[in-house]
Ligand binder design. Structure first.
Ligand code: CMP
Length: 381
């Protein structure tokens, strides 16, 4: 009962957090639209006053949120760390600049432009932003190399165009900074078209710069994409590894074997009342319950299996159809092990494979005994 109550409590907390994030995102979107609305020239003064009142209310909410965060950390003295963390700085930037600008005498419409800093608050709701930070930190060297290549091409292109075009177009390529502007817009493949080479040699160099631009951005994109995929896999692996350590069957494994097992298993997150395996269907994998609970539909009474237990081993071991239907009773995380992975694992740890085999035989025997019992009862009645 206590675990069900705990589970319900956790579910309520998760739902509350989801609603709170949705509401905060909505408020930020409306607040930013109001800041944009305030910059519209020649708007109705009553409408402007209304917008400003609304913006002060938003600012009050953000100030309250900041105070709440500081108050929660006041006992442990961690409020300083919070204020110096990226989250704390963003919260501070959401509250301080507008009143400060107004106190310094800035006109109200100008001061509220600082309200655009609220957009930074959105970053905390997107895990991808933290991931991007990690990818940039991990891939800093290759990214810096591409940046250096970019700078080299930029400088050479600027000097070449300055030398080749300044005679024909002094108003466009008359100085190095002017041709540098052309090189930036060309190399980034933006191409505003405000400065265009007209000499044949200038055009040749421009063609080469455009091709180089594509190459440089292709490299940049490739590095970031690979970095994202690697980081994603790494985080996935760490989570799998943590889950593997919770399964008693694997608890005796040395760290290297545990890493191997974590690589073999595939994590599946399932919602409540999801059918995982269906009786009579062929099956080629077994599952370990990392979190949550499943119900095995067997006669006369269903059996519940919880964290650390496994199922689906009977079909995996003898190739027979599934002997029972298994359904999740709450949000559940399973670790799936396919036949080839099970075989390679069994070759390394025959003792664990033996345990799985013994459990499969025990369950088959139990089911047979229960069935016989039920039919004897039915005949007696
Ligand atoms: P499998 O037959 O592959 O698919 C259904 C699974 O339900 C089965 O493997 C077992 O893992 C599980 N199962 C069957 N009978 C029992 C039981 N008596 N107790 C626990 N689990 C069972």
């Amino acid at each position: 009962v206590s675990s069900t109550a705990e589970h319900n409590g956790l579910q309520r907390q998760a739902a509350f957090r989801r609603h709170s994030v949705t509401l905060q995102c909505l408020l930020l979107t409306v607040a930013l639209s109001a800041v944009a609305g305030l910059s519209l020239p020649g708007s109705n003064p009553t409408y402007m006053v209304g917008l400003e009142v609304f913006l002060w209310m938003c600012l009050g909410f953000f100030a309250f949120d900041l105070a709440r965060q500081l108050w929660a950390r006041s006992d442990t003295g961690q409020w300083r760390e919070y204020l110096l963390s990226p989250l704390g700085l963003v919260d501070l930037l959401a509250v301080v600049p507008v009143p400060l600008a107004i106190l310094c005498g800035a006109p109200s419409a100008g001061a509220w432009l600082m309200g655009t800093l609220w957009v930074l608050k959105l970053a905390r709701f997107v895990p991808g932003v933290t991931l991007l930070g990690r990818v940039i930190a991990l891939e800093a060297r290759p990214l810096a190399s591409v940046l250096v290549i970019f700078m080299i091409i930029l400088v050479f292109a600027s000097v070449c165009l300055f030398v080749l075009e300044r005679g024909a177009q002094p108003e466009r390529f008359g100085s190095l900074p002017m041709s540098f502007w052309w090189a930036v817009t060309t190399l980034t493949t933006t191409g505003y078209g405000d400065s265009v080479p007209v000499t044949p040699l200038g055009r040749l160099v421009a063609s080469l710069v455009m091709i180089c631009g594509l190459g440089v951005f292709g490299l940049w994109t490739g590095i970031l994409a690979t970095g994202f995929a690697t980081e994603h896999r790494r985080q996935d692996f760490i989570r799998n590894w943590q889950l593997v350590t919770r399964v008693p069957l694997f608890s005796g494994l040395d760290p290297i074997s545990a890493i191997e097992v974590a690589r073999l298993l595939r994590r599946i997150d399932l919602a409540e009342r999801t059918v995982v395996v269906r009786r009579g269907r062929p099956g080629d994998c077994m599952y370990f319950i990392a979190e949550g609970e499943v119900e095995v539909s067997i006669e006369p009474r269903p059996v519940k299996l919880g964290p650390g237990q496994f199922f689906g081993e009977i079909a995996l071991l003898d190739g027979s159809p599934r002997t029972a239907t298994v359904v999740t009773t709450r949000p559940t995380t399973l670790l799936m092990l396919g036949v080839p992975e099970f075989r390679s694992f069994a070759a390394v740890r025959p003792d664990i494979a033996e345990l799985v085999d013994r459990e499969a035989k025990k369950r088959l025997w139990q089911n047979k005994a229960k069935r016989e019992n039920t039919s004897e009862h039915a005949e007696a009645e």
